[in-house]
Design a protein around this ligand. Structure first.
Ligand code: DLZ
Length: 161
């Protein structure tokens, strides 16, 4: 999947939204880039006090997202890096986290930003991590998409705003 074609999102009136970022811990250098990008995006959007939680691996992201979705957050952002190895484990973890996060978002009505990199190599992940020299900034993108979606949902439920 190519990053070409990504929209330039403009998000307004979102500084009061409650946002939680959940980040896995595998592949430290890439994860650091994703988390920095997410924090930068939240700052750019005027969201000053986000919650940041670290979980062991990507597989643990959906259960934490589910609990947070029931605690009044307006948007949740999940960050993880899964790199293909020599066994089918990559497919199981990737499918588990993708299906789990989708289920949380659809069943709770709370948008979940999908900042999960599923890459064949660490080089591919570094290129998407928002680090100096990276071509893409997926942590920043995931926050912006989740917050943009939260503002859309709020405009539907509170049309007078
Ligand atoms: C076990 C495992 C493997 C092999 N690879 C990754 C990975 O590339 N990225 C990631 O976020 N987590 C990985 N994990 C850990 C699982 O997500 C999970 O934490 C463990 O299976 C324990 O439940």
């Amino acid at each position: 999947m190519s990053g070409k074609g990504a929209p330039e999102l403009t998000v307004k009136n979102c500084g009061d939204l409650r946002v939680a970022v959940i980040a896995a811990q595998w592949h430290t250098q890439v994860m650091d880039g994703l988390v920095d990008g997410a924090v930068r995006a939240l700052h750019d959007l005027g969201i000053e006090e986000p919650t940041l939680l670290r979980v062991p691996g990507s597989f643990e992201l959906p259960v934490v997202a589910k609990v947070l979705a029931g605690r009044g957050y307006d948007a949740i952002v999940a960050l993880g890096v899964i790199i293909r190895g020599g066994t089918p484990h990559f497919e199981y973890v990737s499918q588990g986290v993708t299906a789990g996060l989708t289920q949380v978002a659809v069943e709770s009505g709370v948008p979940v930003g999908f900042g999960i990199l599923t890459c064949d190599t660490e080089e591919q992940a570094l290129d998407r991590a928002g680090l100096p020299g990276s071509n893409e900034d997926k942590g920043h993108e995931a926050v912006t998409a989740a917050v943009a979606t939260a503002t859309i949902l709020r405009s539907v439920s509170e049309p007078w705003r």
